[in-house]
Every structure is written in C-alpha cells, then in structure tokens.
Ligand binder design. Structure first.
Ligand code: ATP
Ligand code: MG
Length: 293
C-alpha cells in the first residue's frame, strides 16, 4: 500500500469523523451492546449511558398546589417500569410532562442522554417515538380494526408512509404482526365500535405499536377490564417488554404483581419508594400512605 495514499485516507477519515462528531450509540436490538458502526447524528437517540428517559428534580404547581415536587426518575431502554401511588400523587401529571402536554416549572427531562424534551412540543415528542395511551380508549369506532391500524401508520412520523394509500409488504407484515400481538387477528374486519372495552384498549395499543415507539406510556391500562382481559393485557405487556420501554401506571395490584420488575411509588409529587414489589409493599411509609388505606 502506498504510504501517501494511506496518509491521505487517514486524514479524510479523521475529517469525516470530526464532521459527524462520532459518538457511540447503543444498538438495542443487540441487547444493549455499544455499537460504533453508525456515527451519532444530532437529534438521534443516544442510549450509551443506559437510560432512555431521565427526569431530574421536576416540579410543577397548579394554582399553588405542587402536583410534582422534585420528581426524579431514571428509566433504562426496554425496561417495564410500574408506577403506583395514591390518587393525586402526580402519576398522570408525570406523563403529561414527559409527553410535552404540561411544562414543568423547574427540572430536567431527557430522552436518551442528549435530547432535552423540554425543547419540543407534544406532536414533536410523539414523532420522536414516545407513545401514550390514555385511560379511555380512543379508537375510530366506525372503522374496522384493520382500518384503525392502517390509519395509525398513515399518521405516523414517516411522511413517506402517508403518501401511499396501499401498504407496502413491510407495512402489511407489520400490521399482521401487531394484529397477532394484540389478540385481534380473528377480528380484523369488525368495526372497532363493536369490540369489547378490553379489545378497544388492545387496539389502541396496537395503533401505537404501528408507529414503532421507543417508549410507551400507559395510564391505567386495565381499568374497567374483565379479569380475563386483565390477564391477557399482562401477557401482552410482558411480550412488548425489551422491544419497547414501557411505563405503566396502575392501581390494580394483582396486575402490577404479574408484570412488575421495578416499581416506583409516587406520593405527593415525588418518589416515596422504589424497588421490587415485595420491597415496596413492606415499606412502612408505602403502607401508611397508599396500600394500607
Ligand atoms: N392541568 C391541571 N390543572 C390543575 N390541576 C391539575 C392539573 N393536572 C393535575 N392537577 C392536579 O394535580 C394533582 C395530581 O394529579 P394527577 O392527575 O397527576 O394524579 P394521579 O396520581 O394521576 O391520580 P389518579 O391515581 O387519581 O389518577 C391533583 O391534585 C390534580 O387535581
Ligand atoms: Mg391519573
């Protein structure tokens, strides 16, 4: 090899790396190993520090009432984090802050290590891959299960997908996979309005999954479900864990016991306790303020 050519090649590579600001990014598909194969680009999700969501000392008051009080949270990629706590503890407000619906008075909110979510609005945050499921199902009742899922793709961040009326083969595969995951493969042509409450909830989760979110926030997903639907929802979330980061707020402790890994207990706007469910359940402060009610 010609030394001159090698030298100029090395210079070009150094200049390219400088231009791209080469930073390692985590390849979550390979189990969280650091991958140096892709250069870091501005705005790209940087998971190198093993966190996908990070809240630090977040506070917000409504008419003088401090709904969140120096709330800090650190969530890992692919984690299924359960959040419990009494009514009014600030659980929904925490989701409002993460999704850009509410602005905190103070504190930091980061998506990965580098994306400051406080700089973005609600649609931008959704487009970045933070999906949210509200308590009440919001599906299009007059459309079929299939059409609801198809519509979720068209409204996705990807402009390309909204230009085509027909699903390409990759999208069809995705839709079939989601239908199977949400237990609605046998109901594909039914009107969403004819589904049971539980099935509507799964359909809405499916609509979020069509957009391939990195983080899914679920606020009381099993409220109003039958026992059987609750069990199937637990199975569904366990299946999604690892592929997506899930943050689940629920009061149903049997459901929490079925899915939980780390449980965070919120009370009066901040973290009261955190750990395995057995740990937090035996914590005196948790019993007093929540479980022992
Ligand atoms: N937009 C708002 N304007 C005024 N007050 C609000 C607003 N959002 C929340 N709050 C108040 O903040 C406090 C925390 O409410 P939040 O809904 O976050 O509690 P929660 O933990 O989700 O309770 P629950 O378990 O009942 O759903 C409550 O006192 C609530 O009334
Ligand atoms: Mg709530």
């Amino acid at each position: 090899m010609n030394p001159e050519l090698m030298k100029s090649g090395a210079q070009r590579l150094a200049a390219f790396q400088e231009k791209q600001k080469l930073t390692p990014v985590v390849n979550t598909e390979s189990g969280g190993n650091v991958s140096l194969s892709r250069p870091y680009k501005a705005g790209e999700l940087d998971l190198v520090h093993g966190r996908i969501l990070y809240l630090e000392d977040v506070s917000v008051s409504f008419d003088g009432y401090r709904a969140l009080n120096k709330l800090s949270l650190d969530i890992a990629p692919g984690e299924l984090r359960c959040i419990i706590g009494p009514n009014g503890a600030g659980k929904t407000t925490m989701m409002d802050i993460i999704t850009g619906k509410t602005r905190p008075d103070e504190g930091q909110v980061y998506f990965g290590s580098t994306i400051n979510l406080l700089r973005y609005n609600e649609p931008q945050i959704a487009a970045m891959g933070i999906g949210r499921k509200f308590q009440k199902p919001t599906v299009f009742e007059k459309l079929s299960v299939f059409e609801n899922l198809e519509l979720a793709l068209k409204t996705a961040k990807d402009v390309r997908s909204s230009l085509f009326f027909k699903l390409d083969s990759e999208q069809s595969d995705k839709l079939a996979e989601v239908l199977h995951t949400i237990h609605l493969a046998d109901h594909v042509l039914r009107m969403a309005g004819d589904l049971s409450h539980g099935q509507k909830q799964w359909l809405e989760i499916g609509m979020l999954l069509m957009q391939e979110p990195r983080v899914l926030l679920l606020d009381e997903p099993v409220a109003g479900m039958t026992d059987d639907e609750t069990d199937r929802t637990a199975e569904l979330l366990l299946q999604l864990k690892g592929k997506h980061c899930l943050i689940v707020v629920e009061h149903d402790m049997k459901f929490i016991a079925a899915i939980s890994d780390i449980v965070t207990v919120l009370c009066e706007g901040s973290v009261l306790a955190q750990g395995k469910l057995e740990q937090v359940q035996s914590d005196e402060r948790v019993i007093e303020s929540y479980l022992g009610r």
